[in-house]
Design a protein around this ligand. Structure first.
Ligand code: EPZ
Length: 420
């Protein structure tokens, strides 16, 4: 199994390109099911999760040509509506095929994703929304079976809780429903905006893009014809590299980035004493050798993202006072705490709140990645830990960070991928 060996203590410098957003590419790929014609997606991140979802399209009978950052997809040949356990258990975002399969074919079976390292993560809100659109849902043998033999009917859907994936599934289902669907309390993440814009590019009316109320005029089971789509820059990858600049007190530049999407992270890093030069699609961070402590609460976009919580916790270990970090979205997203403490951090957990006390130095150790963002937090901590850190189970990192070790090495980090 591969692991990363990182020798800490090196300052970073230089510039890197940010890849396309995994969490935008996944719903965009799922949305291609709504079409029976060819389209090309560009700026895909070269990560395992993207390959897994493209493989699923192939298993459903779609035709996929994939080469690095570009995929040409034609789902005209799709002839299966069953997303099997083998794939869904590898990646829970496979649940995103539920809405489009059901809307286009009037039925589908999707394996239930099960629990995950960051929380229970139920899909009840996705299923309720499909029911509100007229589907019958049955759960049997570990699978969700959804049917709507006469197509879905546009409806008003009020989400009890803001859900990114639930909003995405509903937008896709509504696109081929009969009549108008109104989604109240929709998620507003940039990834949702990209999905809405892609759907609108097929000529159907989508109102309220980027707001918490989205209105979609469905086609009544008529497949869509999409424009080719370029995936937006990955705001979480960008935030992670800003944290790399902050924790190592370095000056680094990120190119091909949407700086509006990372305002919450920029704002917190400014409060910690970092400064920035922000251009149209690039940003330079200037570190500070005396980082202030940070206080943050994770929440939905445009608030502070849960997907940046672990990385900020790593940076907070180097601050000159006590930081307080509250996780409000996922009930178990603190698996990195004990691993950071193995590197010498002093982090105390009480319920959903972590207190990060300052330490003079982190020390290299063997640590284990537990989920995608927790893994990147360990890499960040390792960049300043004295000596060598081996980060194991990096298959989590490979799911969502495009060439992490290559990008960090190009900035001067001492990092190598080894096998054991
Ligand atoms: C998306 O997950 C992202 N994944 C996650 O990124 C991200 O952490 C999360 O949104 C929040 O921003 C992708 O986009 C592929 P949610 P998702 O539905 O859609 C509860 C990463 O590291 N909920 O917005 O699954 C849920 O348990 C990943 O890249 C229900 O109760 O998140 C959570 O507490 C990890 N019932 C909250 O809502 C439901 O039916 C928000 O989850 C659905 C969700």
């Amino acid at each position: 199994m591969d692991y990363l060996k990182i020798t800490g203590g090196t300052k970073l410098s230089g510039a890197i390109d940010i890849s396309g957003a995994k969490n935008s590419a996944l719903p965009v790929i799922a949305a291609t099911i709504l079409s029976d014609q060819e389209l090309t997606l560009t700026n895909l991140p070269n990560v395992v999760d993207i390959r897994t979802l493209l493989k699923l399209l192939g298993m459903l009978g779609g035709t996929v040509e994939h080469n690095g950052t570009v995929a040409t997809i034609n789902n005209g040949s799709m002839n299966s509506t069953k997303a099997v356990y083998e794939i869904v258990s590898q990646m829970r975002a496979s649940i995103l095929v539920l809405g489009p399969l059901l809307a286009r074919f009037g039925e589908c079976e999707v394996s239930l994703p099960g629990g995950c390292a960051i929380g229970q993560r139920p899909i009840d809100l996705h299923l309720k929304a499909m029911e509100a659109l007229g589907a019958t849902i049955e759960i049997k043998g570990g699978y969700v079976r959804a049917t709507a033999p006469n197509g879905l009917q546009g409806s008003k859907i009020v989400f009890d809780k803001i859900t990114v994936g639930g909003t995405e599934n509903t937008i896709m289902a509504a696109a081929l429903a009969y009549g108008t669907t109104t989604i109240i309390n929709a998620a507003k993440e940039p990834e949702i905006v990209q999905l809405c814009e892609m759907i609108a590019s097929s000529g159907i009316e989508v109102k309220g893009i980027g707001s918490s109320e989205i209105i979609i005029e469905g086609t009544g089971q008529k497949p869509l014809k999409f424009q080719d789509t370029e995936i937006i820059p990955d705001r979480i990858e960008a935030g992670t590299y800003l944290c790399a600049g902050a924790i190592t007190n370095s000056e680094i530049t990120l190119n091909r980035v949407n700086t509006t999407h990372i305002e919450a992270s920029i704002n917190k890093l400014e409060g910690m004493g970092c400064s920035f030069d922000i251009q149209d699609d690039s940003i330079t961070i200037y570190g500070n050798n005396r980082l202030n402590p940070v206080s943050l609460i994770t929440t939905e976009y445009p608030g502070f993202p849960t997907d940046m919580q672990a990385q900020f916790m790593a940076v907070a270990t180097m601050a000159i006072g006590e930081s307080v970090i509250e996780e409000r979205l996922f009930e178990n997203r603190f698996m990195h705490v004990s691993e950071l403490n193995r590197l010498g951090a002093d982090i105390w957990l009480k319920g959903s709140v972590a207190a990060v006390r300052p330490v003079a130095q982190l020390y290299g150790a063997d640590v284990m990645a537990t989920d995608l963002r927790a893994s990147s937090a360990l890499v960040l901590a390792a960049l300043v830990a004295k000596g060598d850190t081996n980060v194991r189970r990096i298959y989590h990192l490979d799911r969502g960070y495009d060439n992490l070790e290559g990008k960090l090495a190009s900035l001067g980090a001492k990092i190598e991928r080894l096998s054991e």
